[in-house]
Design a protein around this ligand. Structure first.
Ligand code: ZN
Length: 210
């Protein structure tokens, strides 16, 4: 829900074609088209608008993207920028809130844009990113496990162990051992490489107990 204050700010942004509001909201006229805040098209002063937080909300309400300001491209840009920042480890350092601040958008808006683009949450994406990095370091390097934890973006060894075990059903040390054993047999390594993380965990555990 938008507050009355938000609405006034939005009307003002539309009239001023204020680029700072691009991507923060979308608006639709009665013509069935939705726009970004700074759309260069003429807006009658008395016009009433419908507001949306995301492109998919506007689409779901039956509106199509304006051919002059291409609001759908704008949201793609924003989601790519968010994913880049997650990839760069911003959530590890400053949390989802810090990432939203950095991009001058609200945390709620950030979550919506990410969910629209990926179907999951920023925290989940970051978790997968950290686990993938950790797994690669465990298998491909001889770095001590505590270094793997910090390099992958975990804040403590304990947190790393907990999250890792939850995802793969084995500890980081067990996965490393299992991968060392399997390198003797190239076909097993290839097969393991193709499996998803969770499956890889199960296979490794099987190998350990056999
Ligand atoms: Zn437009």
């Amino acid at each position: 829900m938008t507050t009355v204050g938000d609405e006034l700010a939005r009307y003002r942004a539309i009239l001023k074609r204020d680029k700072r509001y691009d991507g923060k909201f979308y608006f639709a006229k009665t013509t069935g088209v939705y726009c970004r805040a700074s759309c260069p098209a003429l807006h009658p002063r008395e016009q009433r608008y419908t507001f949306f937080d995301t492109v998919s909300q506007a689409k779901a309400s039956g509106y199509r993207a304006c051919m002059r300001c291409h609001p759908d491209a704008l949201q793609t840009d924003l989601s790519l920028e968010i994913l880049d920042k997650i990839d760069a480890g911003v959530i590890n350092d400053s949390g989802v809130h810090g990432l939203a601040d950095l991009l001058h958008i609200s945390e709620r808006h950030l979550r919506r844009v990410v969910h629209d683009a990926t179907g999951t949450s920023p925290t989940n994406i970051n978790q997968v990113r950290r686990l993938t990095a950790a797994k690669r370091l465990l298998v491909q390097t001889k770095l001590p496990i505590i270094d793997v934890a910090f390099r992958a973006g975990f804040s403590s060894l304990r947190q790393f162990n907990d999250v890792f075990k939850h995802a793969f059903s084995v500890s980081p040390g067990q996965l490393r051992k299992a991968s060392r054993h399997s390198t003797k047999d190239t076909s097993t390594t290839l097969a393991l490489g193709k499996l998803s993380g969770r499956l890889l965990g199960r296979v490794s555990l099987k190998q350990l107990s056999s």
